[in-house]
Design a protein around this ligand. Structure first.
Ligand SMILES: Cc1cc2nc3c(=O)[nH]c(=O)nc-3n(C[C@H](O)[C@H](O)[C@H](O)COP(=O)(O)O)c2cc1C
Length: 321
């Protein structure tokens, strides 16, 4: 673990939990922190939604004293709306830096000229970075992908340098293009090219599913830090494993204990309709219910359950050898 300066802020770890829409809620962050995550992100926040109906953000911004330190990320395509949203956000949260999403591949975001679309319209991105960095009193960072449809090292390093020039204090780089969505190879060379093109810290993202993959990201890119994303789904132990430099076995009993705790946090903290809440619990349960003889049958059963209590009863019925 190495400290990293993001503007005047000192980040005390170089392994972060990534922003994960629909996943990195308070319950998940608390579970990750209890297993070694030292810095987390809120889920991505849509600038337009925050400006127009800010009450809808209650669940997204739910936090507790133990859920610190934490950063936030805004997605949007218009500098003025992003600034308005950032000001509303900063009234509600205590964060050391704010990230701008220029990486989200989802069609809905692209159609709103935001997320990864900013890679096709870098001037709009620079304007957002400049506006936020010059008008707000905290460091602004940017999450990039390495291209929209294809990788052009000159183009993506130019985008990275211009983000820095306009005030970005760090860059988070997912080593895939927008077209790749979440599948396929990670282009380590492109992350490395970005790292060497700028002076601000660069964090690598993509396929961090094990301590070996984490080491590979550091070794092949020279990056300053990494963000763990899908690798933490049902596997919060990954943070301690990365710190240790090697994977260690996790027993089924331990997995089920942590799953039950995770579900209890969702039950306690999630601010949403009860039907949605149970659906969300089913998704989380499926993350953990893998790698034992009856797992497929149990996963199929989970998808039919309609209450928190029934999911817990099913987990309790799993026979541990
Ligand atoms: C379900 C899901 C939601 C995500 N939400 C966000 C998000 O809100 N903001 C963001 O910058 N990246 C988001 N990402 C991208 C991840 O942070 C990460 O860059 C990407 O998954 C690559 O890492 P991985 O291959 O280790 O999962 C999301 C990814 C997934 C799978």
């Amino acid at each position: 673990m190495r400290a990293i300066a993001i503007g005047p802020y000192t980040l005390k770890t170089n392994v972060l939990l990534a922003p994960l829409s629909g996943c990195s809620d308070l319950a998940f962050r608390l579970i990750c922190r209890e297993h070694g995550a030292k810095f987390c992100f809120y889920e991505m926040i849509d600038a337009n939604s925050l400006v127009h109906h800010s009450r809808g953000s209650d669940d997204l911004l739910k936090t507790t004293a133990k859920d610190k330190p934490i950063a936030a990320q805004l997605v949007g395509g218009d500098a003025d709306i992003m600034l308005k949203a950032a000001k509303i956000l900063l009234e509600k949260v205590d964060i050391p830096f704010l990230d701008i999403n220029a990486a989200c591949p989802v069609k809905k975001m692209i159609q709103k000229f935001s997320g990864a679309n900013l890679l096709r319209d870098p001037k709009a991105l620079y304007k957002i970075v400049k506006t936020l960095a010059s008008k707000l009193d905290l460091p602004i960072t940017v999450k990039l992908r390495i291209g929209y449809n294809h990788v052009d090292l000159k183009e993506v390093t130019t985008i990275a340098k211009n983000c820095e020039k306009n005030g970005a204090a760090a860059l988070f780089v997912h080593g895939r293009t927008r077209s790749q969505l979440y599948a396929g190879e990670i282009n380590y060379e492109a992350i490395k090219a970005i790292k060497h093109a700028v002076k601000v810290p660069v964090f690598g993202s993509g396929n961090i599913f094990s301590p070996e993959m984490a080491k590979k990201m550091f070794d092949l890119t020279d990056c300053d830090g990494i963000t763990v994303a899908r690798g933490a789904f049902g596997n919060p132990w990954i943070f301690k494993q990365i710190e240790k430099g090697e994977a260690f076995p996790v027993s089924l009993a331990e997995k089920l204990k942590v799953l039950k705790k995770h579900l209890s946090y969702i039950e306690k903290y999630k601010v949403t309709r009860s039907g949605y809440k149970v659906g969300f619990m089913r998704k989380i349960a499926i993350w953990y219910l893998k790698g034992f003889p009856e797992a497929a049958k149990i996963r199929a059963e989970v998808t039919r359950l309609e209450t928190y209590e029934k999911i817990i009863a099913l987990i309790d019925s799993i026979i541990i050898d």
